[in-house]
Design a protein around this ligand. Structure first.
Ligand code: BES
Ligand code: ZN
Ligand code: ZN
Length: 486
């Protein structure tokens, strides 16, 4: 999709369709009040006038998230219309001295980025297995602005497009079926990122390396699967000076059957999405490279399946992890933390970052507690949690804090090993999973670490907002906006 800044009067811009916003549901200046009233135009609605080649959409306010939502309604309404070019209403920068800000980004720029994101995100569909797909046909969007120069406007639109496309890239990975998307395929895709961007490098490590590194928790999860485990390390290095080193660590379970603690049929369905954390970490590298962010960014992905079979690891096993901590397995379905604990240990030693953020579809408890649209932000550093939440959610993603407490900590005690991998009964499951990971965070990293449980928002059976059913690409936008606002 292309976004074109037009400084001509909107009436002379030629496009297949014109979009008009109805702010606060006020139809007075719409020019089509009569027909819109007749058609029952109401709050939150969209009204297509095909004869006039105009579409009206209700706009709650001019916040970026309201714009994304409004744009998604337009894209949905125009699907199947074979509309290729669309022109947007003129946007004006606020007439305040600073021009208004949204996070660290000027309000008008945030609005333009949000419009581009809205189009790119809601234009997405995963239809490679459909015989008769109906993809979005919009190719060009004309945007006119006042109070903002062309170069700035183009940069803001480009930023939104890049962030949207990186999110869609992640959705494609998450939606791909487990038969196709195994650890080898993820390593190939990571390698492709390094081929595509000059300042991205990729190294991937297989079973022998993991053995040499004593990553026995990761290896145990992999034991019954037919594919090699992969530890993938992507690095983006900025051309100019780096403002810091950030490491993302992603849970990449290309399938989670639960292992011998087998999931139910319903519980297993959609567990192709258990690679969402790793996929998001790949999307962040892609976005960072295209946005030329001024940070050195590392993504460390732990990729495997969690399967059953005679070689499967078992409840009752005791695993010696990379850092030396021993773990009693009491549930093979709490596998994500076993992969992550070795990857977190490796990343601290090998990358030595300023911040280390893991992303994982880690617990069903997080979905129960926070719902389908919100990720949990967990860690030891309250200020970092708050900072991340506030900056990340300017992306439109929802984040909320889940806090540790000392009463939950002993629930992970094991009678036979240093720690057990799950708490029977599961109360406080999202936090106890975070506490498990915390056992593998070294003292000097305690305040530099965040764990994002994206189990809720990463995948949805039903479409919501500008997300289609399936993978959403959760984590990419939040982390990128956090970096942009830092
Ligand atoms: N991948 C799942 C978590 C999950 C559940 C993600 C639902 C998305 C939707 C994870 O590996 C898991 O199975 N966790 C267990 C942990 C339990 C055994 C302590 C869970 O949440 O039930
Ligand atoms: Zn599991
Ligand atoms: Zn899992």
């Amino acid at each position: 999709m292309n976004f074109i800044v037009s400084d001509r009067d909107n009436s002379v811009v030629r496009a297949d369709y014109e979009v008009r916003f109805v702010l606060n549901d006020n139809l007075e200046n719409s020019g089509d009040k009569e027909i819109l009233t007749m058609m029952g135009f109401e709050k939150g609605s969209v009204c297509d006038l095909p004869n006039a080649r105009r579409i009206y959409v209700s706009l709650k306010d001019t916040n970026p998230e309201s714009l994304r939502i409004a744009v998604s309604k337009i894209v949905k309404a125009l699907k199947g219309h074979n509309v290729k070019t669309v022109k947007m209403p003129r946007l004006s920068a606020p007439a305040t001295a600073e021009g208004g800000t949204y996070g660290a980004i000027k309000e008008i720029e945030a609005a333009l980025s949000a419009i581009a994101e809205g189009f790119v995100l809601s234009g997405y569909s995963f239809d490679k297995y459909k015989s008769n797909p109906t993809p979005c046909t919009i190719e060009e969007v004309y945007v006119s602005v006042s109070g903002c120069d062309r170069v700035t406007a183009e940069a803001a639109l480009k930023r939104g497009r890049i962030i949207g496309e990186a999110t869609n890239y992640v959705r494609d990975i998450v939606n791909e079926i487990p038969e196709v998307y195994n650890s080898i395929k993820m390593a190939d895709d990571a390698e492709k990122l390094a081929e595509e961007y000059v300042n991205v490098t990729c190294r991937d490590y297989s079973k022998d390396y993991l053995k040499a590194q004593d990553m026995n928790a990761f290896l145990a999860v992999n034991q019954a699967g037919p594919y090699d485990p992969k530890l993938i390390h992507l690095t983006y290095t900025p051309r100019g000076e780096s403002k810091g080193k950030i490491c993302f660590v992603g849970k990449g379970l290309t399938y989670d059957s639960g292992g011998l603690s087998l999931k139910t049929g319903n519980g297993m369905y959609n567990m192709k999405s258990d690679k969402s954390g790793a996929a998001a970490a790949m999307g962040i590298i892609k976005a960072a490279a295209e946005l030329e962010l001024p940070y050195e960014i590392h993504s460390v992905l732990g990729v495997t399946e969690n399967m059953i079979g005679s070689r499967a690891y078992k409840p009752d096993d005791v695993l010696r992890t990379r850092g030396g901590v021993t773990v009693e397995v009491n549930n093979t379905d709490a596998e994500g933390r076993l992969v992550l604990c070795d990857c977190l240990s490796w990343a601290q030693d090998e990358v030595q970052p300023d911040y280390i953020i893991d992303m994982a579809t880690l617990t069903g408890a997080c979905v129960v507690g926070l719902g389908n649209y919100t990720a949990g932000v967990i860690g030891n550093n309250y200020d970092l949690q708050v900072d991340f939440k506030l900056k990340a959610q300017t992306s439109g993603e929802n984040y909320t804090l889940l806090e540790f407490n000392d009463h939950l900590r002993p629930l992970l005690d094991s009678k036979i090993a240093d720690v057990r991998n799950s708490v029977p009964g599961g109360t406080g499951g999202a936090i106890t999973a975070g506490l498990f990971l915390d056992k593998f965070i070294k003292e000097e990293y305690k305040d530099k670490w965040l764990h994002l449980d994206i189990a809720g928002p990463a995948f949805s059976g039903e479409p919501w907002g500008y997300n289609p059913a399936g993978g959403t690409g959760a984590g990419v936008r939040g982390c990128i906006y956090w970096l942009l606002n830092k």
